[in-house]
Design a protein around this ligand. Sequence first.
Ligand code: SAM
Length: 282
Amino acid sequence: MFSRFFKKAYFVLSVPIAILFILNSKQIHKDYKLNVIKKLYLGFRMFLNTLRIQTFTSYKAHLAMGLKILEAPPDVPGDIIEFGTWKGGCAANLSLVCKIVGRKLVIYDSFEGLPEGDPDDREAKYYEKGDFCGTLEEVKRNISKHGNIESCEFIKGWFKDTLPHLDSPILLAFLDVDLEESLDTCVKHIWPHLVDEGYIFIDEFHGPDYCALFYSEKYWKKNFDQTPPGLIGAGTGLPLGDFYIGPWSERHTHPTWHANAGAFTRKDMSGYWAYYPDEKNE
Ligand SMILES: C[S@@+](CC[C@H](N)C(=O)[O-])C[C@H]1O[C@@H](n2cnc3c(N)ncnc32)[C@H](O)[C@@H]1O
């Protein structure tokens, strides 16, 4: 009881500090004229939106993605894409950032919830077909009310059917798709379209098996003939002022743990072990 109250108080009181710490960057492009007041205004809107629209992603994750978008110079091409939107909670917040920078937010979803799980997909056992269903009308309503609908485009359908038609450059993609099969489809289609310093953020950062895709030498060799890019925040999420030790399966017995905000890779990153001194003379 006490620890739950303590956690909530910390959560609310730390909002302005989190906003200013996360957006404290000398790289935010000067064209966006984002002074301290505007940063706080944006951050508070994003925080409130996560209370207004049902979502399991944190405003800190949204701010972290917002930061990367604000840091990209305006002449770098690329859309912002969300794969998996549910009720549009994160999309509403990303749309506010897209309005500032004048980029398009493209939202891919079935708008019917999750697909039937593939028996080979280890994540599928945790979900049912139709989980996390938000209809297109519901998502549009939420974004119109709390975000900037003018920045948004909606692509309805299963990723395996819609993604082969993707053909524009991507600056940042947010993958909140739960299933391994969906993650695999998204990465395979997105990676070739990411700009040189383009980002992929994921939400399933607490699952080591899921994160392993970004370190798998086999996966990257087979699909892209390259070494893996790695993942910042793998296993714990980005360290944005919360307390989490893990593993995820033990979170219920640690009432003040809160695994934080997403993990990301970037097109130019590397997550590859190459030091094998015993093989030098082989
Ligand atoms: C956890 S929810 C997304 C939550 C949302 N990003 C947020 O911040 O609130 C997962 C979403 O992924 C979508 N999804 C997962 N796999 C999909 C697939 N293969 N095709 C289309 N949509 C998919 C579901 O419809 C659902 O809306």
